[in-house]
Design a protein around this ligand. Structure first.
Ligand code: MV4
Length: 447
């Protein structure tokens, strides 16, 4: 087992990783920027190395700075968390070449899944359903016209190098497809240095449902059920839950099996998430993307499966076999997560600043993952997540009631947060009835 791990991240996830390392008896090294001198992850780690200025390019994204910190402190492994370098294949490669274990999948798996057209192709080969669309990359506007007229409209143009909603475009009419292709491809070239595009039929009335997988280095692959992530705004998730109110046990089983088949096909080794688009009209699901990292919303899976996903991820990276099979996994109760962001709840404009008073909720079935404390200043340089409030209860209805009372007990003064928005969503009939889709937030403020 590893003796010492460096956490190449900050905020709540750095704290979350440190908690599990402590339980495993693994020593921890924090890295931090000048903006994070007073951050909790720095306090809780056994050692802390300042790696650069606030700008993440020169600190949390700086591979030389992080590798130097790892060399100086003589760690066995680096945990990348989410964001920053978590899905950077080159970073994973550099770690391995420095004889430091990267807590994540192989560079090859990261690269395949980072190329969305290649991922789609791999899923077709694995027998996992994908949205009907182009046969690989569309090279020219003429090809886009031909493929588009075959797929039908509306359709989506997607950048191979995009993902998470970046580099996408809806085309409603045959006369627009060639022009949209040129514009989207040029935008992708500018944004990602890669203008490759592919096309899919547009699924309008959809849910975002993702499957958590764990795959060890010995060929064992197990899924831990789904997370429903349809309540999003501008591709930023607001509320996640497990199980999804939409899936029947048979659908859960089919989606889980597809996710396991996907991992086996690519020889995946680590923890990961397969995102599916669930077509509410046809009651069918399609592969969208695979995330090769621990995700923000992992706690809702931990609550209903009683797993520690960070622990599983570290043990897998150390070469340990999974000590459970698919048959051992059971799902009990319902869990909901609200992302408390330092943002204006109406405009979503960032609201960094000093937290002058803070109370986090507790009591039965309430979990809080946060790095915030009274007197902490939320810096303006990084993402705005300040806390994840997670509830757990026997039923969805009771998990919602628990979340409402938990949010009522939450006090964050000095900055604006998304809590009022969460309260409004939780009180809405649409959310309470489980009638949520990717368009939930588009219409929310109108009602
Ligand atoms: C789609 C889609 C409809 N049809 N693909 C958004 C994020 C990225 N992972 C893929 N996304 C979508 N792909 C087809 N063929 C609709 C979305 C989408 C979406 C998906 C999940 C959650 C929220 C969303 C909001 C807008 C669009």
């Amino acid at each position: 087992m590893f003796k010492k791990i460096l956490i190449a991240n900050r905020g709540e996830i750095a704290c979350r990783i440190i908690w599990t390392c402590k339980e495993l008896g693994i020593r921890t090294v924090a890295v931090y920027s000048e903006a994070d001198e007073d951050a909790l992850h720095v306090r809780f780690a056994d050692e802390a190395i300042r790696i650069g200025p606030p700008n993440p390019r020169q600190s949390y994204l700086s591979m030389p700075a992080i590798i130097s910190a790892a060399e100086i402190t003589n760690v066995d492994a680096i945990h990348p968390g989410y964001g920053f370098l978590a899905e950077n294949a080159r970073f994973a490669e550099i770690c391995e070449s420095c004889n430091i274990r990267f807590v994540g999948p192989s560079p090859r798996a990261i690269r395949t899944m980072g190329d969305k057209a290649a991922a789609r192709q791999a899923m077709i080969e694995a027998g996992v359903p994908v949205v009907p669309g182009s046969d690989g990359i569309v090279e020219t506007a003429e090809d886009a016209q031909r493929a588009g007229d075959e797929i039908g409209y509306p359709l989506m143009l997607k950048a191979s190098a995009g993902g998470g909603g970046r580099g996408m475009r809806i085309v409603h009419d045959s006369k627009d497809v060639a022009g949209a292709f040129e514009t989207a491809s040029n935008e992708a070239l500018g944004a990602f240095g890669d203008g490759s595009m592919y096309m899919e039929r547009y699924v309008g009335d959809a849910r975002h449902i993702e499957i958590q997988v764990v795959a060890d280095a010995h060929g064992n692959v197990v899924h831990l059920g789904e997370r429903e992530c349809s309540v999003q705004r501008r591709h930023q998730k607001l509320i996640e839950e497990s199980p999804s109110p939409a899936l029947t046990p048979a659908e859960r089983e089919a989606m889980g099996s597809a996710a396991v088949a996907a991992c086996k096909h690519i020889g995946y080794e680590s923890l990961g998430t397969i995102e599916f688009l669930y077509d509410r009209t046809r009651k069918e699901f399609y592969f969208m993307e695979m995330n090769t990292r621990i995700q923000v919303e992992h706690p809702v899976t931990e609550m209903v499966t009683n797993a520690d996903l960070v622990r599983a991820q570290i043990l897998i990276a150390a070469g340990e076999p999974l000590n459970f099979t698919q048959e051992d996994v059971s799902f009990v109760g319902h869990s909901i997560e609200c992302r408390v962001n330092a943002e204006d709840p109406r405009t979503f404009a960032p609201s960094p600043g000093k937290i002058t008073a803070l109370n986090m909720p507790g009591g039965p079935g309430v979990r809080v993952d946060t790095h915030a404390y009274a007197g902490y200043t939320v810096p303006p340089y990084y993402d705005s997540l300040v806390a994840k409030i997670v509830t757990y209860a026997r039923t969805r209805e009771r998990a919602i009631a628990r979340m409402q009372r938990a949010l009522e007990a939450t006090i964050v003064e000095g900055i604006k947060t998304t809590i009022p928005l969460h309260m409004q969503i939780l009180a809405s009939e649409k959310f309470r009835s489980g009638d949520i889709s990717t368009r939930f937030m588009d219409t929310f403020f109108d009602e």
